[in-house]
Design a protein around this ligand. Sequence first.
Ligand code: NAP
Ligand code: HSE
Length: 436
Amino acid sequence: MTIGIGLLGLGTVGAGVAGIINNPDGRHPLVGQLALKRVAVRDPQRPRPVDLPAEILTTSPEAVVDDPAVDIVVEVMGGLEPARSLILRAIAAGKPVVTANKAVIARYGEEIAAAAAEQGVYVLIEAAVGGGIPIIEPLKQSLGGNRIQRVSGIINGTTNYILSRMADEGAAYDAVLADAQQLGYAEADPAADVEGGDAADKIAILAGLAYGGSIERGAIPTEGINRLQSRDVNYAAQLGYVVKLVASAQFLGTDADGSVQLDVRVSPTLLPKEHPLAGVHGVNNAILVEGDPVGRVMFYGPGAGAGPTASAVVADILNIAGIREASGAQGGLDPLLAANRWRRCRLVEPGATRHRNYIRLHTTDQAGVIGKIGGCFGDEGVSIRSIVQFESSTAGSDAEIVVITHDVPEANFRRALAAIEALADVRTVAACLRTL
Ligand code: NAP
Ligand code: HSE
């Protein structure tokens, strides 16, 4: 039995998927039953890394979804629209969907889940988070019996690639970003990567699965690496830390009405060199799941690029194909999306959270400055873990003072910082980063 595949997009990921389908030798026998029937692109003349018959290419994505020979719709075109409408169109036609589109799922996951539930079709999203790393299915199923305390990780390959090459080779930010684009790691608009939005989409999806409810995507505090300064990476290294873009979702408690309180955020973060995420380099991603009773489980592997992402997309296609083969049906409701709506999740106000912090201050170089800074922290009950003075090379400031705090309430930290900023000896608060 042949299973007709309709591809929406033949870019980095789409070409990777077509490459697997067209080369089934040595793979699962079901791969040999998949047949590309229709493929939507913007520019049919563009050279592609895969050979496909010209007649299956179209500039009409609707024609792909509506083609009666297409049994499974694979959305790898990206962007919010028309991707969202095309996914809904496929569902309405009773066709299962596989998508790598975290931007759509993070914003419209609930709408899509409801439509899928009504039609009884699968929508599978393994490629949306972590590239080639299996993390969606483990969170949906394998770890289902746990109380999840925290999901944290490095879930953007582009930024990890940039940070790694900047740290290892002293490479320039713009040049490394251009390489990441060339290698197919970056989003069509790389601002989504470097400003943290892509990681925020992904942690919204992971937290939704881990805590069983939908996450308000727009409420996630998000900071990328685009304002990170190399001197902070250097100072962090001297103090025994590496800086990574970390996305995390932490369970803080339960409201009287049963809503789950969560601290969900994306930020450049100092990790002690011995932390499990500190050794994740290049385009690799890693997701650390901390649960009761399982303990700590880490998922690691290539987080972006054609091959790894296509691996996850084809796994989802095979899941659906296997179910069709076993049941003779189009599928059934995806247990993930059905089960993913059993409680309300509430993001707490950032001021109500607790963190360790790194700050860098430009100050005058005079007796008593460190004492005054320490006093401001002490007045707010903010305990200091280390305080170091570096000689400043920045014009107009005489000293740079780096402070790392213990785990402290964010509200107290912010008040202390305001008092420090008001000190006559402090010229600027030059950097403020989270620390694990
Ligand atoms: P890409 O290289 O930009 O490819 C997008 C493809 O979609 C292109 O073939 C493009 O056609 C086609 N397309 C876009 N809009 C279209 C429209 N309106 N009508 C017809 N065709 C259209 O993107 P990508 O890197 O493969 O990413 C695709 C999706 O996978 C995104 O949601 C992305 O977030 C996700 N993803 C990517 C990666 C990765 O490593 N790249 C990893 C995980 C998830 P043309 O080729 O003619 O321009
Ligand atoms: N742009 C994304 C990244 C692709 O760099 O992680 C994988 O989702």
